[in-house]
Each structure stands twice: as structure tokens, then as C-alpha cells.
Design a protein. Sequence first.
Lengths: 594, 485
Amino acid sequence: MHGVKRDMFIGGIAGLFAGLIVGILVQSQHIPMNGLVGLGAGNTGFLLFLFLSTFIGALFSGSVRFKPGMIAPLFSGGILIAFIWWIAGTLSLFPYLNGGSPNWTLREVADGFPALVGYLMFGGLTGLGFYALRRFFDQLVPSTIPSVKFIKKTQIVIVGAGFGGVYTATRLEQLFGDAPDVEITLIGQNNFLLFTPMLAEVASNGLQAQHISAPVRAALKSAQFIRAYVDKIDTNTKKVHYSRNPFAAHQEIGYDQLVLAMGSVPNFFGMPGLQEHAFSLKTLADAIHLRNHVLAMLERADSENDPLEQKRLLTFFVAGGGFAGTEMIAELFDLVHSVLRYYPHVDKKQLRFVLAHAHDLILPEISKRLARYAMETLTQRGVEFLLGKRVSAMAPGKVLFGDGSELETNTPIWTAGNQPHPVLKDIPVEHERSGALLVNENLQVNGINAIWALGDCARIPDPTNPGAFYPPTAQHAMREGRALADNIYASMRKKPLKPFHFKMIGMLVGLGHRTAVAEIRGMQFSGFLAWFMWRTIYLSKLPGFEKKLRVMIDWTIDLFFPRDIVLTEHPALQEQATEKFNAEASSGKEVLNG
Amino acid sequence: MDKHFWTVIRRGLLAGVLGGLVYGAALAYQGRLPFLATLLGGSSVISGISIHLIMSALNGALFSLLVLRQIGQRGEILFWGMVFGVAIWIIGPLTIVPVLTGSLVVWDISVIQKAFPDLIGHIWYGATTAIALSLLRQPRHRTSNDLRKILSSSLWGAGTGLLAIWLMHLLFDPHFQLDFLAVSAAGPDSGVSMLGLILTGATGGLFYSFLYRHAVTSSGGNLVRGMLYGFFMWIAGPLTLMPLLAGYGIHWDVELARIAFKGLPGFLLFGTLLALLYQKASALFRLLFGNTPHELREGSGTVGVRGLLRGTVAGFTGGLLFTFFMLKMGALPMIARLAGGSSSTYGLFVHLLIAIIIGISYSLMFRGQSVDLSSAMGWGLSYGFFWWILGGITLMPLLLGGAPQWGAAQAARAFPSLIGHLAYGSALGIGAFFIERRQNPWWLNKDALLEARTKRELDQLQSSAPALWTLTAILAVLIPALLAV
């Protein structure tokens, strides 16, 4: 017996002794026993009082902390708990059990005063007795509870600090509480949880970058967080290798349970020039970079005299008509039109917003009716759709299509393909064609023990649609995280695992200009109502009250003021300056030579 | 036995004798020293004072051992001393003395009331022994810088006391509540009253700064300390010094205490206001003129929102518990009148709203103070008591269009509400504790968290917190002893 149970046992004995002393004193001095306990009289009252004394003693010692030398707090605490018992038990509960009202009037309390003094004495004695007995027991039978530092800990390592990873970690914290035998470690490339549904708005300058990212450390209570890049996962030695930065030495951490939530990275399918020239939209850095680039293009276009070059600068191209691509083109349209008045030399007719999609209808994830609505709305605004076209290559200032056509643009954005994190390829398990890990319905990676996976990097079977997998969305990742944590807890505590099942709530796609489309539990919404739903639902899902408040402020400001065009420094501007310098230098050289 | 042990005993003996001299002077004035001599077969004043001083010295040594690990400023030990005084009153005059004199141990209200002078005497003994002990324990070498700090904190304390009494004057004097706070039996002459107010404020603040050179950081901790400091001031003022200065002598009998009861809520509120102002003014001063970087763990916005949510849940839970008894007592229609209604349903709504507001204030003021269930109950009970004084017998009558119900007879009528507030406070404290413990500081890992929690527990146990909770309970017990006729 150790810990709280041991203390409660000792406290019970102390309470019994204190009860005996006070009880004998009360009996010998003919103080009415029924007043003391509220119920019973004579020997019944005496026995009842002893029982209560033992109970209160155990309760008291279980609720206080014992520290050597701290006699006064225990003495004082004993008096306090006895006083509270006098209010709760003698004055309230027992009269109620006897069928009456609480004895709270002055007369009733005054009548019960002997009981109060008895209880105060009992409480003080219990506190002192508990201290003395605990010291005695400690010398007689030292506590068997081992020091926290020497407990063998089960290491649960979660790789990836996106929705899946963070929700797994927080749920595990809830389940294991302060259990000293479990250590949870979360490794992520960024120290923030990015709310990806609002990423396009950051790129379009509608929201501040920090406002859609919640610090991971703030979300965790007791789990350890390591900001690092994972280089390798060794399933033989059960170790995760990582480095804090590209130049730092490699470090490693052992695991007993491993959760892979590494998300995805853009997939350029090996097409030439995409890696070098395309903008992607997966990270906060991507969004900030894109926002600065678009503003830099406007700055350059405003001072550009060559109409062809100006046209290229003012053509914004998105490849991929899924959620990210459609929201991106709509947001870019809003951003550019919101700030256009600052650029008087930009010819509005030169502006082009082009979206290329491999199929004949964008947004394959939602119903055709809504997809058509989205396309028509954007077309009416001036967005061009190149349907059935596939990008085949990119070159500086140019996008090449599979059918041989070209598009002149300095802003090509790639949203047409993702792939799981490349590190996962080296794990000797079954992978899907894209490289994603195949897991069973309990989220365990097929063919290997103690490794779990979720989110974009896993293919999770959908039991309601055999052969199909759950889509890689944030709402799925959150639920998968919780379910996975429950299953880890169950497996460690030798309980049955529960298969993951989730019916998608709905889909929301922002189309800019206070318009959106939404499909929730089969119901379809479009226009302003859908836009309002988009904002309220995503705002409610954004982690942290402070972030919600900040995003609300950003949105409110956006309603009344044009978007910010502050551009401190950007490679695109430096590039222009270098070009100009080179041009002037060469013309100077020519003059000199001439 | 090591040298340190004997140093502790020696200090305790000396402090006990000093405390005993103060109480002994009162006993001599009351002519009760010969009675003490009879306990051991004597009858003279000399043997009486000898027995008294020997007992005082022994009790002082015991107290010194009990508070061996209690550290902190003088005020912290003072509250322990007061609790110790009450404890030896229960063990001594109420229990051992009847046994020694061959009479029955009777703890009923009439005996308690009869032993009231002994209670006040023992509290004085405990308080003076504690202050003497804290002075004996502190380092003896002082630099000129130390003296400058003492002077500035004394001025700061006196200034804060004057500000607190001025605010009390603004709030309560229109209702003639401060008469007894300010003047003794000399009469409610306005000139004397104003002088009394100024003296009360200045000396109260000055002595508080003597007890606490640095304000305790927690608002809740300050609130409870201030309230109990007000209790000490009530004993020192209307029960002791004022009658003495007015030529009535020191009697400490229950009739005098009953008359002086009207000043008790005022003193409790004054003490609370003083302690909170002392803390807030010090914090403001540090913020404006201080140059010490402090580690801001969480922003006030985060703390505020979290406190709001926790307090709402805990306050509602405590309020529900209280509702059960309010229904039994039929008090809801009266609560409804606070907001212009009359029905029980409306009263229930208003009552729960008040419970939530108090819950939120508790959650914000006592953030991080409850380290275990016992401390949760202690802080909650103390806050419940405070709200009986502020809400039950002060604000509620004011909001209902009357004056604060500070008189003994009026407080006696509001007594069931005191028990309700104590029950509510305890439930609130427990509820807030269970909600708060789910939120650990995120910047600590599990081992560090355990260490931090252990340190927090130790810090609290070493402070006067357990004594404060017990003293609040004692104060609550004292009220029926005073009021019951």
C-alpha cells in the first residue's frame, strides 16, 4: 500500500484515535452524543461517531499533503475539515436525513455548540495524530512508491504537429493525465498548428499570418515538444532520427509507440521546372511568400512600360481546381482588386486570373450543382477556367500545357497534387501508390507493431464504402487523432481497440467577395449564407480564443478598409533592381565603348 | 538534541513570556490572577502570575516548535499565533481547567460566552507571542538601506490605510455605519469620529506594513489576509484599546463584544480593502517605476477568459448547492427583489447569476492558490465568509433600499445565510480546484510540473494559508457565540 491509499489508512487510524479521545471525554462529561453526530444517542451515537471519525480522518489525510516538519498546517487543516463537516453533516445532512430542514438558524446553531467544540478538538487532534502516525509509519514501513525519476516510462512519440498529431497528443494527455509511467513527445517542423482552411486568406492578405496559427506548446499540458526535422525512422531499433536545423547534429529519440502524422508535401510528379518556378500553398511560409510576390508583381507592373511584360506580371495562374486552387484564385482576385487603386499605371484590362483543371468541372469533392455555381460565379467576376488541361512543364515566366499551348505568367501556383512526406517511403511496410501508409481500421500501420498513422500520410479504410479511403481533410484528422489516442491507451491498458468511423459533416469552399458554397449533411448552400457559414464554422474551429478574436478583428477591418500593401523587401523587387542596374551598366558601357 | 532545537525552544520560551506579560497585565487588571493560583493549590497574585508566565513560556516553546517550518513575513506568523491562542483556549479554559477544578466539561453556548474574556486574552497572547517570535527569528543586523526601506514601507502603509478609510467613509458613512469603527464609547461626535477615522486608517495601515513589508502577490490571499487583519484590528480597537482609552478598562466580556459587533463587518471590510489596495498600489508602483523584469507567464486576456469559464462552471455548481437550502428556507423571493422581481423563479435566476459572478471573481482572484482539496475548501470557505459580510449583510440590504445590517440583532437574523455562504464557498472552492487542476502550466514538462507543484504545495504550507482558513472558521463560529442571547 502506498501513496494516497496509505495516507488515508493512517489518517483513518488517527481519526479513530481522535474520535475515541473526544468521544470518551464527551461521554464522561455527559455531553449529549446525538448532538455530536446528528443521529443516534448513547452507545449507538458513540459508535456512529467513531465510524464518522475514521471516515473524516481518512478523507482529511487523502486531501492534504504531508510534508515533514509541517505540523501546524496539518493541525490547522484538521480543524478546518472538522468545521466543514460540522456544517455539511451535523447542521445540514443529518437534519435533512431526519426529515427536517437544515439547522442553520442562530438558535439551532447555538444549541449545537458543544458538538462544534467537540469537532474542532477532534479535527486538531486528527491533524496532529496523522502527522505523528505518518512519521511513525514512515520509519516502520518506508513507502514503496518509487521516485518518479526511476520509473520505467513508456515513450509515445508523435511525428508531425498538424491537426492529426496535435489532437493525438492532447487526447493522450487527457487519457494518461499525470501518470508518471508515460512520456509523450511531439516532434514538429513548426512550433505552431496551422489552420490550413484559412491559408488562402493569408496569401491574399485578408488575415495576418500569425492569427491562423496556434502555438503547439500552448496546446500541450505535459507532453514534450521538439521542433525539428525528422530525417529517418528506424523501425528495427525503434528510434526516430531528427535534427533541429539543417546544419545541426543529428539526434535520436527511442519510442515504444510511434504515431506518424507527417502530413503531405506538394507533388510535382517530376515535371520539369515546377519545383523551381511554381508557388505552392502548404505552409505559412508559402502563403507569406505568395502574398509578397503578388504585391511585388503589382509594384513592378505599375512601373513597367512594356505592355507584354506588364501582361505577364498581371497574369495569375493556379493549377488545380480542388478546394485549395479554387479558394486561392478567388482570394487572389479579391486581393488584387482591393488594392488596385494604389497602382494607377496598372491597366485593369491586362489583369488575368486563370485556373487550369484536368477535368471538365472544378471542385470534384462537392456536388456538381455547387461546383457549377462556383465556376459560374467566378467566371462572371472575370476568372478564366482552362478545363481539361494539364500542366506539363514550367519555365521562367511561362507555363506549358500538355496540349502544347502556353501561358505567360510570373505567378504560377501549384495546388494539383500532394504526396506523403518522403521520409515515410523508407519505412519497410505496405505503402499505397502515392507513398501513403496503409493502415487498418484501428489506425495501426499494416504489418508492423506499435506504429500508428493518420492524416494526409495514411490511407484509412472507410468501412461504409469498401475499397475506399477517408479523404485527407482537417475534420478527419482531428477525429482520427482522438480515435488513435484512444486506441493507444486501450492497447497499453490491455483493452479492446475501436475501429475508426466518421461520417463527414460537410464541405465549405470560400469563393471570395462574400460568397461561398457549402454542403453540410447533404444540404446545399451557396452565396452569402454559405459565406457566413464558412466564416462562423471555421472561426469556431480555429484553436484558441485569442486567435479567434484576432481573426474576427482582421475580418472586421477587411470589411471596411482596403488590404494592406506594405512590402518591405522581396526577391522579385530585388530582381527588378538588379535587372535595371545591369541594363544601365551595359548601356553605360556601350556609351563608354562608343 | 541539536543546538538548533534548543535555539527554537529558547526563542519560544522568551516569546511566550512576552506574550504572557501582555495577557497577564489584562488578567491582573481583571483581578483574575489569584484564580490561576488556585489551579495548583495557591491563592496569591504572585503564585498566579508565576503559574501564568510558566504556562505562557511552555506554550510559547510549543508554538515555536509547531511553526518551525512556517516562514515568511510577520503577518504570516501573526495569524498562526491567533489560531494557536484559540486552540489553547479550547484545550485549556474550556477543557483542562474544568477537569482540574473537578467540574464538568461543558461546551455549551453559555459557557463559551462566559469564557469569552479568556478567548480574547488567548488571542492576544497568541498574537503577541507570534510577533515576538517573528522578531526574535529575524536577522539582527540592519543596514541604513534597510531602515530606509522600513521608513518608506511604513509611510506607504499609513497612506494606503488613509486611502482605505476614506473610501470606507465615502461608501458607508451616509448610513452611519462607521460610528463604532471610529469612536469608542466617547460618543458619536463628528469631530471625534473624523479623528477616529483618520487614526484608525493611519495606524491600521502602518501596522499592516509592519506585518507585511511586501504585499503577498495573490489577490485572493491578500483578501483573506486583509479580512482577518480586520478581525485582529477589531479585537485591538473596539474590544481593547478604545474602551481602555475611554476609561472603561479591559473587560472583554460578551456584552461589550455584542455592542462592538456593529464595528466588526466594517473592520473586516476595511482590512480587506487595505490589503487589496496595499497590493495593487505596490504592483502599480512596480509597474510604473520598477526596473525588475518579471516573467509574464500568461497574458491577462488568457487568464481572464479562462477564469471566466472556470468561474462560471464552479460558481454555478456552488450556486446550485446553495439553491437547495435556499428553497428550504424560502429565501428566493427576497433575492428576486434585488432585481425588481418577486417570484421564486426570478429569484432563482438572480441567485444563480450572483453565484456565477462570485464564482468568476473567485476564479480570477484565487488562481493557482488551491494546491489540494483541503486548500480548495479553505480558500472557498474564506471567500464564502467574505461574501456574507460584503453581500449578505452589506450590499443586499443597500440594494434593497436600506442600510447595511451590521448590528448584532440584524446579523443574528441573517445567520442562516452565513451557513449558506460558507457551504457555497466550500463547494465553489472544490469545484474551481477540480476544473483548474486540469489546466497545467504548459511551459513545464511532466517532471518539472511535478517539481513545480511540490514547490507550490510547500510554499503554501509554509505560509499562513492554513491558519487563515482556520481563523475564518473560528470567526464564523464566534459570531453565533456572540449573537446568541
